[in-house]
Design a protein around this ligand. Structure first.
Ligand code: HEC
Ligand code: HEC
Length: 642
């Protein structure tokens, strides 16, 4: 997009702000597949392509292709060494990190990582590469200088430790899209979602810092001797929000589903955009926990309608997912993914803290919202192909939006089903005192009842299922087949994800129907290359289809590998810290499409891998007792091809 004066020079400050609407003057490049990230370097532009997995190198200006390098499918993140000789590419679905020699345009090595590697960054000394993951809290670190495949190292970085009960080791993380270095290279920031940290039902969005010199977290895990006068009973039986070692350090103020970050050097702020909320969060980069210290929020999409009869989302921007700064750091450009536009934002000159009077005013005895002069001054519409229908476009917006009051309590569909995949998390479905219905919670700490003297209720386990490519059937949906159709399941979800108490069918349907269209037509299933099965995989297929093992009777290959029947399960014990499931114990046969990439398994996540699932299955599902070790390995190899 051409950086014309329209989007680089903000007009004089006015209240209400003056906003220009225009179309992008763009250079259009056809790419060999869906792009994920773009990195602009002197003399070259790098673009990752998801399927087929590629790094494409373009010439700035002419945008001519200078070359392309094949990498593992689902290429996503890209970073380069300080001398720009090597590029590092993460491939999400195929969980690999690849090093590429940029002059020779050749792969030097690729190594396997944990699930869903996304954000990637090279340290300033060029020695290490760090990778952030969509599933799990640990980062991956790799020797960047190695010319042969190095051994990846797991770096422990506790998510949001200041909002975690002392000693609570259960907090996990998801949504690790972005990584950022401080200007002096000494601190690494990882933005993600802390599953089970205190305050939100869903945990907290967080930016966790790591000291690059020694790989130690900047914020300490809470420990040591408790402060104050709490008794031993109070300390060991938390019955309120008060932390066992005193009080909670801070409340997350950044928006859910962080997606991209940039460092504003002149004010030492991190500017973070999150897909669920249409704002830039300006956060204190010098804090040990930047996500908790919000300086200002720049609203990006205009004011959402207030009438309950309307869908309440901001009109001009949806799912902000990329951010860049001008050289003078006074203008930020944000890419809005679900509205196909770019918004130009006027930042405050000195990083002033926001005042309520900038965004709200009192009239006729009530508070009203208004736009601040600090915020958008121009929107440019990208000439992207129009969405296939209005319903599809609305469904796409709602899939990412975490603020629509009927649908979501600050975590959108994409927050648990990123790319239509899954967060690898086992959610708890429980019934608090309020609202009067079941809701989800992310971890044991936050399912504890406030002020309750009873034994804590933890709820029943509900592992997030993958949905991309698995929702063609009419129904039923849900692990326990609770919902007859997809739309029914979405309506039920609106309650589970926030405790929505709206029961008016039309209000719910009005939102659920467009989303169901986007789920079926818009979500792109993971890459699945057509190829011949190996001898081992073919042997596994025969075992799967053999009437003796019975796999194919329930997991019918013709219909997404499920016959959608519901049946009682054998051999499941209630896991520690979960409540007993209520009878009748019927569970739906889940689809096995893409099952190789969706660990852990079962509704309660009790099988960490397919190998372990088959090993312990015995005659629980179908029959596997009679299989030899080789036959089991073959069956697993086949499952991974589905
Ligand atoms: C807080 C995490 C979370 C959010 C947010 C969320 N989901 Fe889910 N989703 C889950 C879990 C967990 C399940 C399994 C629950 C069950 O079966 O009882 C599920 C189940 C589903 C299913 C049923 C799949 C099947 O095969 O039976 C669909 C479809 C679905 N979600 C779509 C959505 C959509 C669309 C949204 C946004 C409106 C959404 N989800 C938001 C966690 C989430
Ligand atoms: C009688 C029907 C039935 C048969 C036969 C059966 N399954 Fe299942 N399968 C299920 C049900 C029901 C579940 C869901 C269990 C739950 O809710 O935790 C399931 C779950 C799974 C899962 C976990 C999926 C996930 O995403 O968590 C895998 C993998 C699987 N089955 C593989 C197999 C294999 C391999 C065979 C053959 C040895 C087989 N199944 C035979 C009914 C069956």
């Amino acid at each position: 997009v051409e950086l014309s004066a329209d989007i680089t020079a903000p007009p004089p400050i006015a209240d209400p702000p003056e906003i220009r609407f225009g179309d992008a003057k763009e250079t259009h490049v056809d790419l060999p597949g869906r792009p994920a990230q773009v990195l602009s370097l002197p003399g070259k532009i790098l673009v990752t392509i998801r399927d087929p997995g590629l790094l494409v190198i373009l010439e700035p200006g002419s945008m001519k292709e200078l070359g392309r390098v094949s990498v593992a499918a689902d290429a996503w993140g890209v970073a380069v060494s300080p001398d720009a000789q090597a590029a590092f590419v993460t491939s999400a679905w195929t969980h690999t990190l690849t090093k590429i020699d940029l002059s020779a345009k050749k792969v030097l090595w690729s190594v396997e990582t944990a699930r869903e590697p996304r954000g990637v960054i090279v340290t300033q000394d060029g020695k290490s590469v760090y990778v952030n993951h969509l599933v799990g809290a640990d980062l991956t670190k790799v020797d960047a200088t190695a010319n042969d495949a190095p051994n990846p190292q797991r770096i422990v970085l506790p998510p949001d430790p200041l909002n975690t009960f002392t000693g609570d080791k259960s907090v996990s993380a998801s949504q690790g899209y972005a990584l950022l270095l401080s200007p002096d290279g000494s601190r690494l920031y990882a933005s993600r979602h802390a599953l089970g940290a205190l305050w939100g039902w869903n945990g907290n969005p967080t930016i966790d810092g790591l000291s690059v010199a020694d790989d130690q977290p900047l914020a300490p895990a809470r420990g040591g001797k408790p402060l104050g006068t709490l008794t031993v009973e109070e300390l060991t039986m938390p019955s309120s929000w008060a932390d066992r070692s005193g009080s909670i350090a801070g409340i997350a103020t950044m928006s859910s589903q962080p997606r991209a970050m940039v460092y504003r050097k002149k004010t030492h702020h991190i500017l973070s955009v999150s897909e669920s909320m249409v704002v830039i969060d300006e956060l204190d980069a010098l804090s040990i926990s930047p996500g908790t210290i919000s300086n200002r929020r720049y609203r990006l999409g205009g004011l959402a309608p207030k009438e309950p009869t309307k869908i309440q989302i901001p009109p001009h921007c949806g799912a902000p997912s990329g951010i860049a700064l001008s050289d003078d750091e006074d203008v930020a450009w944000v890419y809005c993914r679900t509205t196909d536009n770019v918004v130009a934002v006027r930042l405050t000159p000195d990083g002033d803290r926001s005042l309520n009077s900038e965004t709200s005013f009192l009239a006729r005895g009530a508070y009203h919202s208004k736009l601040s002069p600090w915020g958008p001054f121009a929107y440019v519409k990208l000439p992207a192909p129009a969405p296939p229908s209005e319903d599809y476009a609305l469904g796409r917006r709602l899939y990412y939006d975490g603020t629509e009051p009927v649908m979501s309590g600050r975590q959108s569909c994409a927050g648990c089903h990123p790319d239509g995949r899954d967060d690898g998390h086992v959610w708890r479905e429980h019934k608090p005192r309020w609202p009067d219905q079941n809701i989800f919670a992310a971890g044991p700490s936050i399912t504890r009842e406030v002020g309750s003297e009873e034994k804590p209720k933890y709820g029943v386990p509900r592992q997030t299922p993958m949905i991309a490519g698995r929702v063609k059937a009419l129904g039923p949906y849900g692990w326990r087949s609770e919902s007859a159709t997809l739309v029914d399941r979405l309506k039920a979800g609106f309650g589970l994800h926030m405790g929505n108490v709206v029961t008016d069918g039309a209000t719910l349907r009005f939102r659920a129907e467009p989303i169901s269209i986007f789920l079926r037509d818009g979500l792109v299933p993971p890459p699945h290359p057509e190829r011949e099965l190996t001898a081992q995989e073919a042997q596994g297929k025969a075992i799967f289809e053999n009437p003796k093992t019975q796999c194919a009777t329930c997991h019918a290959p013709k219909s997404e590998f499920t016959d959608r029947s519901t049946m009682p399960l054998r051999g499941f014990k209630t896991l520690p810290l979960f409540d007993e499931e209520k009878a009748p114990l019927g569970y739906k046969v889940p689809s096995l499409l893409f099952v190789g990439g969706t660990a852990p398994y079962y509704h309660d996540g009790s099988a960490p891998s397919l190998e372990e699932l088959i090993e312990k299955n015995q005659d629980r599902m179908g029959h596997t007792m009679q299989l030899t070790a080789d036959e089991r390995a073959a069956l697993v190899a086949y499952l991974k091809t589905l």
